[in-house]
Design a protein around this ligand. Structure first.
Ligand SMILES: [Zn+2]
Length: 332
């Protein structure tokens, strides 16, 4: 007998875009969705209104029958959150501070709301319906404007004493190295994030190094985007652009050293990598794997390293699942 259908709404609130989706939580399938740019620069009220707007569009898009209502809502926000209070505490990329998102969405939709961190909810998506399915202990690392990770231990998210576990982007890989956004020096994020890749390429172009990206990337950055799009990087590599290949290989090498260190330290069942650059650029993924295997000690060096299965949907599926779990829903 097939399990009865159940639905929850997941929202991935990112610095660049916001995605809302109605998820069939019995299968992980997205049955309705909506996506728009977040426009964080317009302020907190705009961000909360946009979140409500996208949630409403996704619910209409799903066109559920009246007996199939939504159980709960889950949100993954790109910043620090208070999970108990449902508040986004501090999220520079979203331009919000102490935003009571749980209360705002709860009042609007009359459902229980889980508010988590974007990386944590994406790891939960991969845990329940993605590449982590079948593994009990793994680390899910996302390469974006920053680098974050979600840790799954005994099948459950591990968030740590202060709720901040998984800040792998701020692992120090060079004590006298580049200054990181966190104020420290030599963090992984300053070498292998999309921001770091963009900075390294633009600095070389600025110094006169030829690259097929000189026009494309500069135009895109002038238009207000902060990082070079993954698709543009992938195309430059296809065209054998020497500068892009060099920068991506260097980023992959640093990322691989971090992965090797994680294998040694945590000895997980598996490491899952996600984010646009990992999805789009084989060279980055393969360089990182090669370096990880030569960095780690012999026994853990064989740890499987795979990409996310849900891709862009990891966050919304995980957020929906965490929302449903608030109501006592159990995933098998
Ligand atoms: Zn840092």
């Amino acid at each position: 007998m097939s399990k009865q259908k159940a639905y929850a709404l997941g929202i991935d609130l990112g610095g660049t875009k916001t995605l809302a989706a109605v998820v069939d939580i019995t299968t992980g399938e997205v049955v309705g969705s909506a996506r728009k740019r977040t426009r964080a620069e317009r302020g907190q009220d705009f961000v909360s209104q946009r979140t409500i707007e996208l949630a409403t569009i996704a619910i209409n898009d799903a066109n559920l029958s009246p007996e199939d209502s939504i159980l709960a809502i889950g949100v993954g926000a790109a910043g620090q959150v208070d999970r108990k209070k449902g508040v986004v505490l501090d999220a520079p990329n979203l331009g919000v501070h102490d935003m009571p998102l749980g209360e705002i969405l709860g009042n609007q939709f009359g459902k229980p709301v889980y508010v988590g961190n974007d990386v944590e909810v994406a790891a939960q998506g991969e845990n329940i319906y993605g590449s982590g399915h079948g593994y009990n202990n793994f680390v899910c690392i996302f390469i974006g404007t920053g680098i974050g990770s979600g840790i799954v231990q005994n099948g459950q998210l591990y968030t740590g004493l202060t709720g901040t576990a998984g800040e792998v982007g701020h692992t120090i890989i060079d004590t006298n190295g580049r200054i990181c956004g966190c104020g420290s020096r030599g963090c992984l994020e300053a070498y292998a994030s999309r921001t770091a890749i963009t900075k390294a390429i633009m600095a070389e172009i600025h110094h006169g190094r030829p690259s097929v990206l000189a026009d494309d990337a500069a135009r895109q950055l002038r238009q207000g985007e902060t990082v070079i799009r993954s698709g543009i990087l992938a195309a430059a590599i296809q065209q054998k652009d020497e500068l892009t290949i060099e920068v991506i290989e260097e980023a992959g090498d640093y990322l691989g050293r971090a992965l090797g260190s994680i294998m040694n330290f945590y000895n997980p069942d598996c490491i899952i990598l996600g984010g646009g650059v990992i999805e789009a650029i084989d060279l980055l993924f393969e360089t990182a794997i090669h370096r990880a295997r030569t960095t780690a000690l012999a026994a853990p060096s064989k740890t499987p390293i795979v990409r996310t299965k849900l891709g862009d949907y990891s966050g919304v599926v995980g957020a929906a699942c965490l929302g449903a779990q608030l109501t006592g829903y159990k995933f098998s």
